[in-house]
Design a protein around this ligand. Structure first.
Ligand SMILES: Cc1cc2nc3c(=O)[nH]c(=O)nc-3n(C[C@H](O)[C@H](O)[C@H](O)COP(=O)(O)OP(=O)(O)OC[C@H]3O[C@@H](n4cnc5c(N)ncnc54)[C@H](O)[C@@H]3O)c2cc1C
Ligand SMILES: NC(=O)c1ccc[n+]([C@@H]2O[C@H](COP(=O)([O-])OP(=O)(O)OC[C@H]3O[C@@H](n4cnc5c(N)ncnc54)[C@H](O)[C@@H]3O)[C@@H](O)[C@H]2O)c1
Length: 486
């Protein structure tokens, strides 16, 4: 969509067969688009290089299709679970073609925001080719040479293939192919129990697949164990075969699908196999060595200001090897804009980083887990409340969940986990508390509307004061004041 209000960047200049620009961005995913849009609207000359679909993983093969699929899956599950409201439940009929149209319809609705047309309208020069460094200050893309004051590498990540014998000898699904399926898999095996594996297990199970999830250790290892326990129970209740601490030793592909052999546990026979075993940074073919840019096993090596070994070049988003989320990509973009356009100092700070696993109930987290806070040497106190104490949760019969707040000295909020329907919408309040170093008193003094699930935040925060409020000293004080009050 054209935005008539948006201001536009200057145009790069073409001199001696070379485009000269302020900023050259490699990759038009969440990270690259955010930098390009921001920089152009602030008046910079920007060249954006992208060989594939505009919007990258998040729009085309990540967040957007996965959340659209989950929305359909939740609707199907609501039919099965209607009995709890006195409504006759029934098994939904899933029309795979219309489901596919729904998912791709959502992508199409958002796509104009990320399109070449919109970016050209902002004054960005878009080159539809793969870019690679041909020197420390030059990139080549589709025969065009680009010299820039600053470069931003935002080439993202792809599904990593674990070194399991036979795995890649036949077709396997990844995030790049699973949303294109024309049918619902009869039996989907999933390798990896991170957020992709867990979200897809819930989605496809609810849409009618048999699902087996195979995970090295425990699922969602970065989250609070008591929160994960609730999700684990929900997965099992819905019929996901969850194999934790399982090690795949080999894969056999055959006409009907795959056989996944597990160490000491026989084989899983499935029609489809989704590999969701982590990500590999997209660094191949970028000519990084030519530009003096170093990498490590997770991606491009950057300093706290996202600068690479080459002072002209920044790396942001998934390729920078840190937390891999769309909101982090956008946050990185803001840091680079401050540094590259205004020459201001800016550093990443993940103290208030939130993440959400969009299953049912949702698991939302921000900041440190209890274990991470203890490891970091904080004097930790923990506040916890079950969701069952919340009236809205009772009304909606979704009482499985909790809130857990990890506090440091003087009630400073260090980290919070919420497991509840739409917990992702509730976590931002706590992110702000961490970012602004608000004490727990700020949340305890807030006034959430009744009846909302968000009330659990105030309730948990109130727990910090309960011993003092309802203790012997308070009782004595009230007794004294009441004697003297007229
Ligand atoms: C299934 C799935 C679900 C997800 N769900 C969520 C979620 O709910 N919430 C969330 O916050 N995050 C989610 N993520 C993570 C999120 O998608 C990524 O963190 C985000 O897309 C990273 O953005 P990026 O711009 O760094 O990379 P990408 O989006 O991967 O963009 C990189 C772009 O660079 C291009 N490129 C590659 N090589 C070159 C080259 N040589 N020259 C020029 N361009 C190049 C690629 O074609 C691509 O378009 C999900 C990911 C997956 C896979
Ligand atoms: N809701 C969200 O925000 C969301 C959703 C999906 C993805 N993402 C992002 O994308 C990233 C990638 O997701 P992911 O789930 O692929 O990666 P991940 O690294 O988070 O999880 C992969 C899991 O696979 C396991 N694993 C690796 N090799 C294995 C093997 N051979 N057998 C069994 N298990 C194995 C690992 O132990 C790990 O826990 C995430 O870290 C996250 O940042 C976010």
């Amino acid at each position: 969509m054209d935005d008539p209000q948006a201001s536009r960047g200057r145009r790069p200049e073409s001199r001696g067969g070379v485009l000269h620009t302020d900023l050259c961005v490699l990759g038009a995913g969440s990270a690259g688009l955010s930098v390009a849009a921001g920089a152009a609207q602030m008046g910079a000359a920007v060249v954006l290089v992208e060989p594939n679909l505009m919007g990258g993983d998040c729009l085309n093969t990540g967040c957007v299709p996965s959340k659209s699929l989950l929305a359909a899956a939740h609707a199907a599950q609501a039919m099965r679970e209607a009995g709890r409201f006195g409504i006759r439940p029934h098994e939904p009929v899933v029309d795979a073609a219309r489901l596919h149209a729904h998912v791709h319809g959502v992508i199409a609705a958002i796509a104009p925001h990320d399109s070449v047309k919109r970016f050209e309208g902002l004054g960005v020069t878009v080159l539809r080719a793969a870019g690679r460094f041909t020197g420390p200050d030059e990139v080549e893309a589709g025969g065009t040479r680009v010299r820039a004051r600053r470069f931003v590498v935002a080439t993202g990540s792809s599904a990593a293939m674990p070194p399991i014998p036979g795995l890649t000898d036949g077709p396997v699904l990844t995030n790049e192919t699973i949303f294109g399926l024309a049918e619902i898999p009869s039996h989907l095996a999933i390798l990896g129990g991170g957020p992709i594996g867990v979200e897809m297990a819930v989605a496809f199970r609810r849409l009618g697949s048999a699902v087996t999830l195979v995970q090295h250790g425990t699922i969602l290892p970065r989250d609070e164990p008591e929160a994960v326990a609730i999700l684990r129970a929900a997965l099992r209740r819905e019929g996901v075969a969850l194999l934790e601490h399982a090690r795949a030793t080999s894969v056999e592909h055959h006409a009907g699908g795959v056989r996944l052999w597990l160490e000491g546990a026989g084989a899983v026979q499935a029609t489809h196999l989704l590999v969701a075993a982590g990500r590999r940074a997209n660094t191949a073919g970028l000519g990084l060595e030519t530009a003096g840019i170093a990498t490590h096993e997770r991606g491009i090596r950057v300093d706290a200001g996202l600068r690479t070994g080459n002072r002209r070049v920044f790396a942001i988003g998934d390729v920078a090897g840190g937390p891999q989320f769309t909101h982090v990509a956008g946050y990185h973009a803001g840091i680079v804009i401050r540094r590259a356009l205004f020459g201001l100092p800016a550093r990443v700070d993940y103290a208030a980083l939130p993440w959400v696993t969009y299953v049912d109930p949702e698991l939302a987290h921000v900041g440190l887990t209890e274990a991470a806070a203890r490891d970091a040497g904080h004097a930790v106190t923990v506040l916890a409340e079950p969701l069952a104490g919340n009236d809205r949760a009772q009304a909606e019969r979704t009482t499985e969940g909790l809130i857990k707040a990890v506090l440091g000295r003087r009630g400073r909020v260090l980290g919070v986990t919420i497991v509840a329907p739409r917990a992702g919408e509730m976590i931002a309040l706590w992110g702000l508390a961490i970012q602004k170093r608000l004490g727990i008193g700020a949340i305890a003094a807030s006034l959430p509307p009744y009846p909302t699930m968000g009330e659990i935040s105030k309730r948990a925060a109130g727990g910090h004061y309960t011993p003092r409020l309802y203790g012997e000293r308070a009782r004595r004080l009230v007794g004294l004041v009441q004697r003297w009050l007229p």
